[in-house]
Design a protein around this ligand. Sequence first.
Ligand code: SF4
Ligand code: SF4
Length: 444
Amino acid sequence: MSEAKTFRHGIHPPEHKELTAGRAIERIKFPDRVVLPLSQHIGAPSRPLVKAGDKVFRGQVIAEPGGFVSVPLHSSVTGTVVAIRKHHHPNGSLAECIVIDVDHTSAQTLYDGYARDWESMSSAQLLEEIRQGGFVGLGGAAFPTHVKLAVPEGKHARWLLINGCECEPYLTSDHRIMLEWADSILLGIKVMARILGTEKSYIAVENNKWDAIKALRDRIPADMPCELVPLETKYPQGAEKMLITAVLKKEVPSGKLPIDVQVVVQNVGTAAGIGDWFAFGQPLIERVVTVTGPGVVHPTTLLAPVGMSLAEVLTHCGGLTDDAREILFGGPMMGTPQQFLDVPILKGTSGIVCLTEGQLQQRQEYPCIRCSACLDACPVYLNPSSLGALARAGKYDDMIGQHIMDCMECGSCSYVCPSNIPLVQRFRVAKGLLREKQAREKAA
Ligand code: SF4
Ligand code: SF4
């Protein structure tokens, strides 16, 4: 067997995927209430089209896009709107949400669900359909899919790259989607390739998921210009720039986007969702979530309605263990710690990882010993040691010259640092402050 493709640098943290990789996707029963934030994506929040007291149906549009970089929001249940009010959001803020009480007498069939004759549609019509389906990137960033598929004037997408790496430890929702929903993924790829006019699609999967590689490879029709590419299992293999380097041997320059090297990257879950939209008209109203980690009693792969609360999901999985101490939305490398159990599952929630006391013990920080382990780990060739010293001294402006804005906050440097220096945490703070400063300057 030839050596698996990959990128240079990166790390190999323990995978811990065995907790859920073998567990088939399980649909959770409908809750009593869903809470749907108007902002579940990068860009302008959606604008409500309903008010308290309105009856809504599962799959009905309840909020319109707030701009071009925005998407409509659909009700994930049939029920009654009880309020539009602020509620805890997984990003730590209080955000405007549409609250819907579920009608348990309803069959919860899909509103206006029908197959789209996608082959007869133009590229512009297909793009508009995807916008109407409310799709955002399901790999974590939640960037509106129709915007990513709208190639700017003067640029051309030659390749569509489907990301099935799921390189974060613990997470296995993409793995299960590839095993169980291969046909939906392939339909989604055909639609996106048609929109973009690409000459070939690639599905990149890490080689710790051979069953998924086989399942997908066996389903690719002989006449479909699509190739499955096994990649080395390494973190952060699923980061867009790393993926492009590994599969196509192309470097996306600093400050540029994949389209600048003629590539569009989409996640396998997004492809499956788009496939289902065209196959039977289901918008983005539910998602596959890995609920895992030593801090949850029964690790499970769930199919949950968007808007269901974290508390209800955990209850379905047997609750938290006595020594559970932290709950993350996302994986342990880049996930967001949660403070409240009433936060809702979002369109972009790929996993819920529950960590225990023993995994979180604060490690004492020591001075940098200039071992260069962080330089060897950084996938974008930054100097985390030097950046860390600048961040510690509060010299944020000086970090710009050392390309801090290219940092993808993958956490590889912190992970390998023998002095336990919280590098990525400092970089997140520095980048946030620099962005605020830039915004202030722009406004002035
Ligand atoms: S967090 Fe930033 S600096 Fe650290 S390894 Fe990742 S990209 Fe490099
Ligand atoms: S890994 Fe830690 S100790 Fe080693 S050079 Fe980087 S910051 Fe310094």
